[in-house]
Design a protein around this ligand. Structure first.
Ligand SMILES: Cc1cc2nc3c(=O)[nH]c(=O)nc-3n(C[C@H](O)[C@H](O)[C@H](O)COP(=O)(O)OP(=O)(O)OC[C@H]3O[C@@H](n4cnc5c(N)ncnc54)[C@H](O)[C@@H]3O)c2cc1C
Length: 411
């Protein structure tokens, strides 16, 4: 770490959001410090699914095509097609030209953080930011460092300390809590799976398609379940918003595992983490603090896709901060305007679609979900991949494109 301890931008958190912001701002010639309380490689509870729009984003932010991610072991495997189940019935399957990829987060996050460092960001690991001195524009770390910074980017995940410094009135904390899910996962080795299959004497419900990513709607309300492939194991998980009077998510998970033929693993102890599930902040800026990724609640409320939104919101925040540092605009205004154009409409539509589908599954007579999903199926898959928008499934056009405007042009 440099002496003097004063930066243009301090980024709290070095996960997908922090690494992206660090890479772009460091590459843009600014003095940037990323601080993470963990020492990398560190793990993060996640199913690690990457969509096509994420692959494109990785190429342009980090200059890292998917082949390079594979060579570095960050991308572990590619899925074969996809399947969507509603109340255990297979309603949709397909084989998109480009597959879904699955990453191991400890390797993926480490690689991207190194890319940010190579681009010029200074990285401080193993020291948590414990508070922000808003009067002096300083961040204070657990080891007692005080570091001055013109901007602070909160990329510190769902339990964000930076968000905790937003005063009451900036966002509705109760609303945030109501739209934050809990996610649980277990990992099943492929050898274990084969053994359980042989012992049962019957093929698993999954009929051997264990390289096909599967999503299950209807078992958890509101929420969903998944089975995703890795090369040496499968990742099975559920996510849901706890409802008063309902059974615990751990019990629901056990029932879910049995329901998909994995009873042999129903007692395995899951790992868990919170996941933004429609909790995004409409104004994720307060003074010189900018929230990105999970810290701002930016994950897709339909399928919980957060890696893309972490990179994307970081890209937009970095652009906005860069503009103000270059003397051509107000970063807060620019960031909120860019989110309004490129992020909020998608998250809002995905949330409405989720609510319609899930409530239809609960009260089937009101809304025939299965025919509806079959009808929109191909468009839905393209929207998840980023080729279409969730807004009326029109073509995505410039939705996920790079924001590349000369500083003098209005956005
Ligand atoms: C079970 C589960 C499955 C998921 N599956 C998928 C999936 O398949 N695909 C997908 O796209 N998304 C998935 N997600 C969501 C995805 O994991 C997150 O959206 C993503 O990690 C958000 O990235 P981030 O950089 O905002 O935060 P994080 O990845 O949480 O990184 C935050 C970083 O900040 C650091 N930090 C926190 N507090 C401090 C502090 N005070 N000081 C310094 N450092 C700090 C942490 O150590 C961490 O490194 C899943 C989530 C869960 C829980």
């Amino acid at each position: 770490m440099e002496g003097g301890s004063s930066y243009d931008v301090v980024i709290v958190g070095g996960g997908p959001a922090g690494a992206a912001a660090g890479c772009l701002l460091g590459g843009g010639g600014h003095r940037v410090l990323i601080i993470d309380r963990a020492t990398f490689p560190r793990d993060k509870v996640c199913a690690g699914c990457l969509t096509r729009k994420t692959i494109r984003l990785l190429e342009r932010i980090f200059g890292t095509p998917v082949e390079a991610l594979r060579d570095a072991g960050a991308v572990d495997c590619a899925g074969t097609g996809y399947r969507l189940y509603l109340n255990k019935d297979l309603v949709l399957q397909g084989s998109p030209e480009e597959p879904f990829y699955f990453v191991r987060r400890e390797r993926y996050d480490h690689l991207l953080l190194k890319r940010a460092e190579d681009a010029g960001a200074v990285v401080l690991q193993g020291d948590a930011v414990i508070s922000l001195d808003m009067d002096k524009n300083e961040v204070v770390t657990a080891s007692g460092r005080r570091i001055g910074s013109r901007f602070v980017i909160g990329a510190d995940g769902v339990g964000s300390m930076v968000r905790g410094h937003f005063p009451p009135g900036c966002f509705d904390r109760e609303e945030w809590r109501r739209n934050t899910a809990i996610a649980l996962e277990i990992f099943i080795g492929r050898d274990e799976l084969r053994l359980a299959d042989a012992e049962n004497g019957t093929p698993l419900h999954l009929d051997g398609q264990t390289y096909t990513p599967m999503v299950f709607l209807g078992d958890i309300f509101p929420g969903y379940g998944w089975l995703f492939p890795n090369s040496d194991r499968i990742v099975v998980g559920v996510c849901g918003i706890p409802q008063p009077g309902s059974s615990s998510l751990a019990e629901t998970f056990r029932a879910f595992l049995s329901g998909i033929g994995l009873t042999a693993f129903a007692d395995r102890r899951p790992v868990g983490h919170r996941l933004p599930y429609g909790s995004f902040l409409w104004t994720p800026v307060y003074r010189n603090l900018f929230l990105t990724g999970d810290a701002g609640g930016f994950a897709d409320p339909l399928l919980g896709e957060g890696i893309f939104y972490a990179h994307r919101t970081a890209e937009l925040a970095a652009f906005a901060v860069h503009r103000e540092l270059a003397g051509s605009g107000d970063a807060a205004e620019i960031y909120v305007a860019l989110l309004g154009r490129h992020v909020y409409p998608e998250l809002d539509c995905a949330r409405r679609l989720r609510d319609a589908v899930l409530s239809g599954l609960k009260i089937p007579l009101r809304f025939p979900v299965a025919p509806f999903v079959r009808m929109i199926g191909p468009h839905l898959a393209e929207a998840v991949h980023g080729d279409r928008s969730f807004r009326w499934f029109r073509r995505a056009d410039g939705l996920h494109q790079e924001i590349r405007m000369p500083p003098s042009l209005p956005i």
